[in-house]
Write a protein that binds this ligand. Structure first.
Ligand code: HEC
Length: 137
């Protein structure tokens, strides 16, 4: 009986910890990185963008810089799943830059796909919508 109530107490404490793990406001550099990623993906999704190597180069560089901020943030926070997604995104951005420099439309499309696959996955797990924007959870 005693053991049972101890187990129940542990469960209760654990569930309270989860429930009160509040979302936090994003640091300014993190939020800027996200806005830059949003702008880059938007520009790259336009018809013909993968043939426009100057545009791809510019957006790849912006994405690379943005993902560097994102990787740094999640490393410091120590959330393994987010670190993995951020690393994958950073690699996608680096591949994008290489493909743009090689004038490879196929490479650009493949790298965009790799990079783009990380957005939704991380937002589902770590982004919280609030009344006036987004927070990090
Ligand atoms: C490792 C996690 C992670 C990855 C990967 C990620 N995001 Fe985010 N993103 C977040 C979090 C957390 C927020 C909420 C905080 C914020 O708004 O800055 C966010 C917010 C955003 C916002 C809203 C910014 C604002 O506050 O107005 C945009 C736009 C965005 N992300 C675009 C992207 C795009 C595009 C990609 C992929 C190329 C991407 N994100 C990849 C975690 C991530």
């Amino acid at each position: 009986m005693r053991r049972l109530s101890l187990a129940l107490t542990c469960l209760l404490v654990a569930s309270l910890t989860v429930a009160t793990r509040a979302a936090e406001k994003p640091p300014a550099d993190f939020q800027k990185a996200m806005k830059d990623l949003g702008a880059a993906m938007g520009a790259l999704a336009k018809p013909g963008a993968s043939e426009d190597f100057a545009l791809a180069t510019k957006q790849a560089q912006a994405s690379k810089d943005a993902f560097a901020v994102v990787v740094k943030y999640w490393n410091a926070k120590g959330a393994a799943d987010a670190v993995k997604l951020a690393d994958t995104g950073a690699k996608g951005a680096a591949d994008l830059l290489v493909s743009a420099s090689l004038s490879s439309s196929e490479g650009i499309q493949a790298a965009m796909k790799d990079m783009g696959a990380t957005c939704q996955a991380c937002h589902t797990a770590h982004r919280e919508k609030t009344a006036d924007g987004f927070e990090i959870k």
